[in-house]
Design a protein around this ligand. Structure first.
Ligand SMILES: Cc1cc2nc3c(=O)[nH]c(=O)nc-3n(C[C@H](O)[C@H](O)[C@H](O)COP(=O)(O)O)c2cc1C
Length: 364
């Protein structure tokens, strides 16, 4: 299978993972409304060549926001089946983003109100949504995973990957971005462990690569992608790593050696801005994620029609991942191809609520 669909097509446009916090309660289940939303964006000609699902927590401890649909329970697998069937019904492809938030969570979202787990006991400097009304709370102080517990966490990725297969997904993406658990292990300024998962870069990479290995064991490398966000920082903008070039370059190289299908690089959250230093990191990752059988290098974050065209034409990437524009433009690929105007998105309906701002966006 080729995940890209039409490798030489002029608009290799994927839909980014987008948490919408509309999972059915209790149980954090996807259902018919989610199936409708994804199907609207799944026609490979007008919508996305490939959809990456909203992040799906791999275990109960992996939840960090209210109403995010998991992939660890039978009923959730059943719910996702409805989604994949509808997507396949319109000829689309959808892969499941596998997520563990680590310390970006709140006790009220954790089993038995326990502390969230991480590579450290230092809390994340960010807030999270904790209820249906959209109240936000500072992330709780985490507990550092013991060395003995880590295999269990890795195993939850294996189980979730196999649940995703049972649910009918076309592949999976490992969520290694945006400050969540894999990044908490990777970055030297966050990971303060003294065991084989902390300290040297080799040790900090270990958790990420062991997760990748078990997921590949389930799916085969040709159906597995990995998301990174080298520019993401916490609320204070602290990236928590003193050598981003080496850290991300080496990660990309190791992932290329594992022959994964794609590397998904979140370059920015803002339109038209490229932070200083970003180009050097992206270039290093692009060079490192290359070679004979290297997978696709996908870029995303703040792209417009013109900047996407430039990036594709210059060969800086093999495909572009669009996020917010896919929320308000189900037929985004057609609009980009035909240079039609885009409907602006509305931040107020990003998270929580029902069909409004979710399944009611018209096609051009
Ligand atoms: C509402 C919303 C939800 C998001 N949820 C996720 C998510 O579940 N997983 C993830 O990796 N990134 C998530 N992101 C980041 C997007 O995938 C994307 O990287 C970001 O929106 C920048 O791309 P854009 O400028 O095309 O929107 C989210 C962003 C938004 C706006």
């Amino acid at each position: 299978m080729t995940l890209l669909g039409e490798p030489n097509g002029p608009w290799p446009i994927w839909m980014a993972p987008l948490t919408r916090s509309r999972a059915i309660q209790p149980g954090n289940l996807p259902g018919a409304m989610h199936a409708e939303y994804y199907a609207q964006r799944a026609d490979p000609s007008d919508g996305a060549v490939v959809i990456i699902s909203e992040a799906a927590p791999v275990c109960p401890e992996g939840h960090g926001y209210f109403a995010t649909p998991g992939i660890h329970h039978r009923e959730q697998v059943h719910g996702w089946k409805q989604v994949t069937e509808r997507v396949h019904g319109v000829g689309g492809k959808i892969i499941c983003q596998l997520w563990h938030v680590g310390r970006v969570s709140h006790r009220s979202l954790q089993p038995a109100n326990q502390a969230p787990v991480s590579s450290t006991v230092v809390p994340a400097q960010s807030k999270t949504y904790i209820d249906a009304e959209g109240h936000r709370a500072r992330c709780s102080t985490p507990r550092s995973l013991s060395s003995d517990e880590i295999p269990q966490v890795i195993d939850s990725f294996r189980t979730a990957a196999s649940n995703a297969m049972e649910a009918g997904f076309d592949g999976v993406e490992i969520h290694g971005a945006n400050g969540y658990l894999l990044e908490q292990f990777l970055r030297s300024g966050i990971n303060d462990r003294t065991d084989q998962y902390g300290g040297s870069l080799e040790n900090r990479l270990r958790f990420c690569l062991e997760v990748a290995a078990v997921v590949i064991g389930v799916w085969g490398a040709e159906n597995v992608g990995y998301r990174v966000s080298p520019i993401s920082g916490d609320l204070d903008g602290d990236r928590g790593d003193e050598n981003m070039l080496e850290t991300y370059g080496t990660l990309a190289k190791q992932l290329a050696l594992l022959k994964i299908a794609f590397l998904d690089v979140v370059e920015s959250f803002s339109v038209g801005q490229r932070e200083p230093g970003l180009d050097a990191i992206c270039q290093r990752m692009r060079e490192s994620f290359s070679g004979g059988n290297a997978g696709l290098y996908l870029a995303g974050g703040g792209y417009t029609r013109d900047s996407a065209r430039d990036a594709l034409d210059s060969g800086r990437c093999d495909g572009i991942i669009f996020g917010r524009d896919f929320i308000s433009n189900p037929d985004l690929r057609r609009r980009l191809r035909e240079d039609l105007p885009l409907t602006p998105w509305n931040r107020r309906s990003f998270y929580l609520g029902g069909k409004e701002g979710y399944t009611d966006w018209p096609c051009a």
